[in-house]
Ligand binder design. Structure first.
Ligand SMILES: [Zn+2]
Length: 233
């Protein structure tokens, strides 16, 4: 893995070259698909995941088999915070959301090398704080804001993670992620299309007008972004 590839992940980009060398030989670039299972609730993490493209979803799984998205992770973050916090198991389901690539790091190598990488430790502490804020805001958002606003927020966030490129997404998937019925998501997607914010055809999404999409979104998109930038710097 070249330093250039690793720098496409914002956490790894915090690492000075000599600290990066501690994990470089253990990183592996792997593609992932939409819906691809990575870790189930209660399972031990074998790997940490640093996306360089695409998006991974962290899903809270309910007893009836349903699941609602608690958070997403793209190139700005890492999946496997629990390991960093000293907990080897996952509380949530991790799965591919929008296809992409991540750098995979075995947990054993991470734990052995972390003491030699204070910059990684500092970045992960800040990222943990940002992630807690994001999950808290999302809990409020799910209770207080309408489906169309939440769909707009989700699409803006995904557009950022895709570095403003088009992405694929089924309505079924979006409904599951937002924890709402499919008809509600269809209506929301149509309204966003009619407003000129997005184009959406056969599962391909493209953001046409960011300004309109931001107007359609609730405050949570801007709130979380501001918090994330303030914390991560
Ligand atoms: Zn909201």
């Amino acid at each position: 893995v070249t330093p250039e590839t690793a720098q496409r992940n914002r956490i790894l980009a915090h690492l000075p070259a000599e600290q990066f060398e501690h994990i470089r030989p253990h990183l592996e670039l792997v593609g992932f698909a939409a819906g691809e299972p990575l870790v189930e609730p209660g399972e031990r993490f074998e790997q940490l995941y640093f996306p360089v493209s695409g998006m991974i979803s962290m899903v809270a799984v309910l007893k009836d088999g349903g699941g609602i998205e608690a958070a997403t992770v793209g190139y700005e973050g890492m999946e496997g915070i629990n390991v960093f916090l000293g907990v080897s198991r996952s509380w949530s389901r991790l799965m591919g959301q929008v296809p992409g690539d991540f750098l995979r790091l075995p947990v054993a190598d991470f734990e052995r090398e972390l003491p030699a990488m204070p910059a990684l430790r500092a970045a992960l502490l800040r990222y943990t704080a940002a992630m807690l804020a994001t999950i808290g805001q999302t809990a409020a958002c799910n209770r207080a804001h309408e489906i169309r606003q939440r769909a707009a927020r989700w699409l803006l966030m995904t557009d950022d993670r895709m570095r403003r490129g088009p992405f694929t997404l089924t309505q079924e998937f979006l409904a599951q992620m937002l924890g709402v019925g499919r008809p509600g998501v269809s209506l929301a997607a149509r309204a966003l299309q009619q407003a000129g914010a997005i184009s959406y055809s056969r599962g391909h999404v493209r953001v046409i007008d960011r300004g309109v999409l931001e107007e359609q979104s609730c405050e949570c998109y801007a709130t979380v972004n501001a918090e994330f930038e303030a914390v991560m710097g």
